[in-house]
Design a protein around this ligand. Structure first.
Ligand SMILES: Cc1cc2nc3c(=O)[nH]c(=O)nc-3n(C[C@H](O)[C@H](O)[C@H](O)COP(=O)(O)OP(=O)(O)OC[C@H]3O[C@@H](n4cnc5c(N)ncnc54)[C@H](O)[C@@H]3O)c2cc1C
Length: 400
């Protein structure tokens, strides 16, 4: 224990999303007391599908969670890439057993709610982690003697909790980020994701075999099974000037069909198969900005929200959690130095992954000659060479 008794104080995590819950489990493993505060009244089942690539599975394996997640996951053998203009297939990407053999961990498609529930159940069952909902983290203050207090707001009052560090895992619209001088603000990309899941029996079999990625000018579409194959997850991304901070804004199917009016009829029929669409404004936070200051550090979307064109946002939050805990042994002497080391350790990788996401955002939405060139390259590519293009991202393990 350090001179001021810091070892007895908890680490407070703002946000019990995927990053916050994973961090709580890793920090508890290191021996810390952990308090998770989330401003939501309930941790509801929002969102839709998530791709959990081998690098994310490698981290979840260190928490012993793969067995619990497996019944909820799908591990497709192939991804098929299609032209949203002609309706023709452009390429096949090998996944399934090929990626598992290559990286040692599966590539899963899962519902976000299933992942969050498995993490939450484990956190609730772990002594030393306490979770308080309806508590919004507002600030961190310190006395001249260096004692830290996290200020939070619940329904009735402003409360405070002594702590040894505050971790901002509070998502793209992070409030904790304001405590890091020189921080980047979230920037709207001009693109919006429409998301839904439909029972697998409600759509023709054509959609339920291999997952698909469809490319079109200024828009694209992704579909894959979730909930252990019982539902189909559909994400339609397009350019639209609309912004909102929530995950769960209801979207209008007619507006979506209007955006996809130039797409093949079979895709428009698929979009028409659900009237329960949610809408999410795609924003990013530059990973190169600062993520730590004194006893505060950011992780996940709070530090480096990225566009979902590499399907790595949650994976990066999960990786951050493992590496943060690595830098914070329970008897850590110098918390600010440990948090700086965490930031230093993670920055190059996350900045790289964010750049790949931005690059994909451009190529997915090409039109004209650029789209023709992209489609030709895809047609000439082998399924295995497309699968190995992201070895550096998928092959990462926490021990590297
Ligand atoms: C369309 C789309 C598809 C995606 N697909 C994938 C994918 O396939 N694979 C992948 O890896 N990633 C994907 N992502 C990205 C992924 O969803 C996010 O990167 C991930 O959810 C970030 O997790 P987080 O824990 O950092 O933040 P969040 O999940 O946003 O959690 C933040 C939590 O903090 C709470 N909170 C906010 N402010 C406060 C406060 N002041 N005090 C206390 N609590 C607070 C919120 O209530 C919330 O519970 C996708 C994103 C989108 C939009």
């Amino acid at each position: 224990m350090s001179a001021n008794g810091e070892a007895d104080l908890p680490i407070i995590i703002a946000g019990a999303g995927i990053g916050g819950l994973t961090a709580a489990l890793f920090l508890r493993d290191r021996g810390h007391q952990v308090v998770l505060l989330d401003k939501a009244n309930v941790l509801s089942e929002v969102g839709a599908g998530l791709q959990l690539s081998p690098n994310a599975c490698a981290v979840l394996d260190r928490l012993g969670l793969l067995q619990e997640l497996e019944p909820h996951a799908n591990a497709p053998d192939n991804l098929r890439i299609w032209s949203g203009t002609s309706g023709r297939q452009l390429a096949t990407v090998r996944m399934g057993s090929f990626l598992k053999m290559r990286h040692g961990y599966p590539f899963w498609q899962i519902h976000r709610a299933d992942l969050q529930r498995v993490l939450l159940d484990k956190a609730r069952a772990t002594p030393g982690i306490s979770i308080k909902l309806a508590c919004e983290v507002m600030d961190l203050t310190s006395t001249p003697y260096g004692n830290l207090t996290c200020i939070y707001q619940d329904a009735d009052m402003t409360g405070n909790l002594a702590c040894k560090a505050l971790i901002g895992a509070d998502g793209v619209w992070s409030r904790v980020r304001r405590l890091v001088p020189g921080h980047e603000n979230a920037r709207f990309s001009g693109q919006v994701a429409y998301r839904t899941t439909v029972p697998i029996d409600a759509v023709p079999r054509r959609w339920t075999t291999d997952p698909g990625l469809w490319l079109h000018r200024d828009s694209h579409l992704v579909h894959y099974p979730v909930k252990g194959g019982r539902h189909l997850n559909i994400v339609a991304l397009a350019e639209e000037n609309w912004q909102d901070e929530r995950w769960s804004t209801r979207a209008d199917r007619e507006a979506l069909l209007h955006l996809f009016r130039n797409w093949p009829a079979e895709i428009r029929n698929l979009l028409g198969s659900s009237d329960e669409w949610l809408k999410w404004a795609l924003c990013s936070v530059k990973a190169s900005g600062p993520w730590s200051h004194g006893h505060v550090a950011l992780l996940g979307d709070a530090a480096h929200a990225m566009l979902p064109y590499m399907a790595q946002g949650a994976a990066m939050a999960i990786e951050d959690a493992a590496i943060l805990a690595r830098h914070l042994p329970v008897d850590v002497e110098n918390v600010p130095a440990a948090l700086r080391a965490f930031e230093f350790h993670r920055k190059a990788r996350v900045t790289h992954v964010q750049k790949v996401s931005f690059d994909n955002a451009r190529t997915y939405h090409y039109s004209g000659a650029l789209a023709l060139a992209r489609d030709t390259v895809l047609r000439l590519s082998k399924p295995t060479s497309l699968a190995t293009r992201f070895d550096d991202i998928y092959g990462w393990t926490p021990e590297q």
